[in-house]
Design a binder for this molecule. Structure first.
Ligand SMILES: [Zn+2]
Length: 311
């Protein structure tokens, strides 16, 4: 392959959980799988920062714009279910697989809504140590035009969309998006795709305590039939969210006990505090193994980052 076209096709992976396992992804080969979730809500899945759309007479509301090289594919996938323009964009957090195509997708005049910390991170540029990634400042046209601090309610095509900011969860810029009529919640990065342990990016303000609080917030919004959308993978059930939440609480207790006993990080890992849970929460070949999750939990608890309950 010609070096130039190769560099255009291969972009450093920025997916919230794939980054370490797969440093490069050929986005030109990815396809988008569209799933109808009912009441005008669709999942656009591409194994990264998966998007949700709400389509209706008011136009298209888009949750997460994916990486820049996927922007055209997102547009094509939307065109298959709606001929209306994108009116409103929500970015769930400041990882580039969730805002990368903002500029292109907002060009038609869409407003971009996000947590205030996300706009700040995009405007300043970021060094994301967890992904060994430097993200340059975003151009003005890509920045959110509407920001909020704690919560916000949007009304679009007869749907009520509630936005909630969980503090220090997957990052410090997360938005949980609840479509009330469709009974769907986008979890930002606070819930692991395909039922795996969730990744929290401590280099971007994330924490174990905040991730647990975010999951508690979603459980408070959900009923037995709610679909919970993670970063990637098919929508999950409330029961699997509860299972994940309970496992995180168990692990937090065990790792905190090891810390209280004066164990080092390596000693805590050697104690295998996740052993009975790994079969359920570690996907084959995933970078987020029980040991890796124990290290994250240890570092997060040791750092003392705690989170008030998400409002
Ligand atoms: Zn992320």
């Amino acid at each position: 392959m010609h070096p130039i076209s190769r560099s255009a096709a291969f972009v450093a992976a920025v997916s919230c959980s794939l980054a370490i396992a797969q440093p490069q992804i050929d986005y030109s080969k990815l396809t988008i799988k569209t799933t109808d979730l009912g009441h005008g809500v669709y999942l656009l899945g591409w194994q990264g920062g998966d998007s949700l759309i709400l389509v209706g007479d008011d136009g298209v509301l888009l949750v997460d714009t994916s990486v820049a090289p996927m922007g055209d594919k997102i547009v094509a996938a939307i065109a298959k279910v709606s001929s209306k323009p994108i009116k409103l964009i929500i970015n769930t957090h400041a990882h580039a697989d969730h805002f990368g195509a903002n500029e292109a997708l907002a060009r038609g005049g869409a407003a971009i809504v996000a947590h205030v910390n996300l706009r700040e991170r995009m405007a300043k540029g970021q060094r994301i140590a967890a992904f060994n990634q430097t993200v340059p400042p975003s151009p003005a046209a890509a920045l959110p035009t509407i920001t909020y601090a704690e919560s916000m309610t949007l009304h679009f095509d007869g749907e009520t969309i509630e936005l909630f900011h969980p503090t220090n969860a997957h990052t410090d810029s997360d938005t949980l998006v609840h479509f009330e009529r469709a009974n769907v919640i986008h979890a930002s990065g606070t819930f692991g795709g395909d039922g795996s342990y969730p990744f929290f990016d401590m280099s971007s303000g994330g924490s174990l305590a905040g991730t647990i609080a975010a999951e508690e917030k979603m459980l408070s919004l959900a009923d037995a039939n709610t679909r919970i959308q993670a970063d990637e993978g098919d929508p999950a059930s409330t029961a699997s969210l509860r299972e994940c939440h309970d496992a995180l609480v168990t692990i937090r207790g065990r790792v905190q006990k090891l810390i209280d006993e004066g164990k080092s990080e390596d000693e805590a890992v050697a104690a295998k505090p996740t052993l009975d849970l790994d079969a359920r929460f570690v996907r084959p070949g995933a970078f987020l193994t029980g040991d890796a999750f124990t290290r994250m939990a240890y570092q997060s608890l040791k750092s003392g980052v705690s989170s008030p309950a998400a409002r």
